[in-house]
Write a protein that binds this ligand. Structure first.
Ligand code: UDP
Length: 240
């Protein structure tokens, strides 16, 4: 693996809500939050402009809400609010590490954080602040994966760092299939031909169309983001 930290000047990190649960079954784990915040702060300290899109699955997902009888659009609004909770927690945790951060929400709620605009995000990134993007795309029927790809394109990010629970992309679910094969690298087109679910379809289409590399790695170990940037450890690089 290469030293991506030298090639990529601006990155988009996608963190799922689950990444913040630690060993718990929901919500936020303070220790995990601190570890991930330290990792993000270190990336920014190295001079890499760092944006983060955070999910909300540790609190609420629209699909699960719809299954319980809540109208899907309404359930997705609740899901978007969940991402705002996570973004505020991450913003605070990064600042506790001595690094400035700004949460920007695609769903405007100016009394608790700045509304998202491309100009504001670029301004904060330019000042070395970690930009934490809340509210996904701001629209129901989307996911935060799509939010990450959309913002990565909009903010001209050099790559999307997709933090997951496994150490890369496999030919099948490695938890279920012992013969699943891990990829070190592949192209966006190969991923489509082989039907590999790297991000959801809409997100992947945006990344592919805009030729944005995706680095898929596990967030489980402390320092995983910077290790992925250094090209250490296992990861899968998806390139145009
Ligand atoms: N959501 C949405 N529009 C978006 C992004 C997210 O409506 O652009 C809602 C949706 O209900 C989703 C929830 O927010 O289930 C949490 O996001 P996601 O499922 O992507 O979180 P993750 O799985 O990454 O924790």
């Amino acid at each position: 693996m290469k030293d991506f930290g030298r090639q990529w000047r601006r990155i988009m990190v996608k963190l799922s809500g689950e990444a913040l649960m630690g060993t718990g079954s929901h919500g936020l784990d303070a220790r995990t939050l601190e570890t991930i915040a330290a990792d993000l702060a270190e990336a920014a300290r190295r001079g890499i402009e760092t944006a983060v899109v955070v999910g909300g699955g540790n609190f609420f997902r629209g699909i699960a809400g719809a299954e319980k009888g809540i109208d899907r659009a309404r359930a997705d609004s609740i899901g978007m609010l969940a991402t705002v909770m996570n973004a505020l927690a991450i913003e605070y945790a990064i600042e506790k590490q001595g690094r400035p951060a700004r949460a920007l929400s695609a769903v405007p709620m100016p009394s608790i954080c700045e509304p998202y605009s491309r100009q504001a995000a670029l301004h904060h990134l330019g000042k070395g602040r970690v930009v934490v993007l809340a509210g996904g795309t701001g629209n129901p029927f989307f996911t935060t994966d799509t939010g990450a790809a959309l913002r990565a394109a909009e903010l001209s990010c050099d790559a999307i760092l997709k933090a997951t629970q496994v150490d890369g992309v496999y030919s099948a679910d490695p938890k279920r299939d012992p013969n699943a094969r891990r990829f070190d690298a592949l192209t966006h087109d190969e991923a489509i031909v082989q039907n590999l679910a790297i991000m959801d379809t809409a997100a992947f289409a945006i990344a592919r169309e805009n030729r944005i590399p995706i680095l898929v790695f596990s967030i489980k170990e402390p320092g995983a983001i910077c290790a992925a940037l250094d090209g250490l450890g296992k990861a899968t690089l998806v390139l145009p």
